[in-house]
Design a protein around this ligand. Sequence first.
Ligand code: HEC
Length: 141
Amino acid sequence: MNTALSIIVGSLLCLPLVQAEDTIPLDPVTGMKMAGDWELVRNHCIICHSSQTFLRQRATEANWTSVLEWMQKHGGLWKLEADVEKKIIRYLATNYGPGDATNYRRAPIPATLMPPNPYASEARIEAEAKQQQGILRPAQP
Ligand code: HEC
């Protein structure tokens, strides 16, 4: 009896720990996970586009950083204060990081199962020409 009771009580106590990840409440307006600095991110990131623009993405800190840099260069995003930028990136990588595989629409199709891409070589020729003209930056190593 006592054993049964302690098993029941014990498993009830464990429940919040096991589910902690999934039970982060979502903001009903933006759909963002209401954790950590989410309001800072909301205040900065839904001015020009919907929150869905970034909620659908999954990326590491490095990749979120490059998304922000890309937007600063091409999307009109202003320069952020260093600590603000750090908090935004940390929020995104923690809550929308690559480990969150359940949110992918599907797993990537292995390259061996894909047909040859007829445009790949044309695209490469065009990219190389643009790099020579200085229109495109050379690919990062
Ligand atoms: C000054 C305007 C502006 C602000 C503020 C802004 N963005 Fe963007 N963002 C853009 C534009 C422009 C695009 C490209 C067009 C589009 O997808 O609507 C874009 C696209 C994106 C994309 C899609 C990139 C892709 O590869 O498709 C992501 C992710 C993103 N923004 C995240 C953010 C995050 C996170 C913030 C908060 C730091 C933010 N944006 C704030 C202008 C902005």
